[in-house]
Ligand binder design. Structure first.
Ligand code: DAH
Length: 340
């Protein structure tokens, strides 16, 4: 019986019908209720236990091969009609191919990557499932820091501490642990937080992290890099403002606002009439973090930043509700057909 199935398999693999009628004969011979495949499945019930595994595999292989042949030739005949069909109209326009559109977040992410690559930043990625060391400890988060709280972080296993990363800063650690400076790279990716889903918050979103480590990197380098980014992303008129802030892994730390690109800084509903909108967090990499990752903090300095991709996309396309990004509503997605 095995030999017979192997013969049938060879036959199916080399089979090529001339027209749709022949294909239908082929279908009936193999797949009809009393066809060859059905017959084999019937006989399979009587196969001895020792032979069952191999036999089952073979019959399934045959069934799949037949189905593939049917699908393939059906598509060909549907598109071209059979070759012998003289009524075929060669002047008919081709069937429309729906190309789909790029997701607005992908459009903006690519644009951001292009801007930073012009400054010599390369792109790296890290895992979405992280351990405590890379997401928190190496980044100088003290053990009692509230971000580790069950309310903020999705833990997969409490011991050992495995969680969905809450930010792309974890990739900084992975890259510093494995790369000798100079390091100039960005890390795009998805991050997760245990937030109630609303128009303004979601349990997952996207960030691009930046890291630059070398001799004599200064805050002025950070500021110039981010100013360049803001002007390229929005317009050459865009102004930036750095407000002092706190992150465990940077010292000093800042949050950066840009002049509202909707009202040009005059004040509007979007910027809550302040003229400014916050777009990122940044700072000089804390020496403790460098040391945690095996980099000599007396020899090297560096800066880091983290930008929310949704935030930039909202500014670019005025998407008012974060949920739109993940609902797969074609009426929304189709609006980005022209964007690339
Ligand atoms: N990881 C921070 C967050 O998710 C953002 C951030 C702030 C990243 C400062 C940085 C940084 O690299 O230097 O809120």
């Amino acid at each position: 019986m095995k030999e017979k199935i192997r013969q049938l398999l060879d036959e199916v693999k080399s089979y090529s019908p001339a027209d749709a009628d022949q294909l239908e004969q082929f279908r009936i011979r193999f797949m009809a209720r009393k066809g060859l495949v059905g017959e084999l499945f019937d006989k399979f019930k009587e196969v001895a236990a020792a032979d069952r595994k191999e036999m089952g595999l073979l019959i399934n292989q045959l069934k799949i091969a037949v189905q593939e042949k049917l699908d393939y030739h059906k598509t060909v005949f549907d598109q071209t009609g059979d070759v012998t069909d003289e009524t075929i109209d060669l002047t008919k326009p081709a069937n429309k191919v729906d190309l789909g559109t790029r997701h607005p977040l992908s459009v903006v992410r690519s644009e951001m990557i292009r801007i930073f690559s012009r400054l010599g930043f390369t792109v790296k990625e890290g895992p979405e499932i992280e351990d405590d060391w890379h997401n928190f400890s190496a980044l100088n988060f003290p053990p009692e820091h509230p971000a580790r709280d069950m309310q903020d972080t999705f833990f997969i296993a409490k011991n050992p501490d495995i969680a969905l990363r809450t930010h792309t800063s974890s990739v900084q650690v992975r890259v510093m642990e494995t790369t000798k400076p100079p390091i100039r790279a960005i890390f795009p990716g998805r991050v997760y937080r245990n937030e109630a889903i609303s128009a303004r918050a979601h349990c997952f979103f996207h960030q691009i992290e930046g890291l630059y480590i070398d001799h004599d990197v200064s805050f002025a380098d950070l500021k110039q890099t981010l100013l360049y980014f803001a002007c390229e992303m929005f317009s050459t008129e865009t102004q930036i403002r750095l407000r002092p802030s706190y992150f465990p892994f940077t010292e000093p730390s800042a949050e950066m606002d840009i002049s509202c690109n909707l009202c040009g800084g005059k004040g509007c509903g979007f910027c809550k009439y302040t003229g400014w909108v916050e777009i990122l967090g940044c700072g000089m990499v804390d020496p403790n973090v460098l040391e945690n990752c095996g980099i000599d903090s007396k020899e090297y300095t560096g800066f880091a930043f983290g930008i929310g991709i949704e935030r930039i996309t909202n500014l670019r396309f005025q998407v008012k509700d974060l949920r739109m990004f993940s609902e797969n509503d074609l009426r929304f997605l189709k609006q980005f057909e022209g964007a690339f």
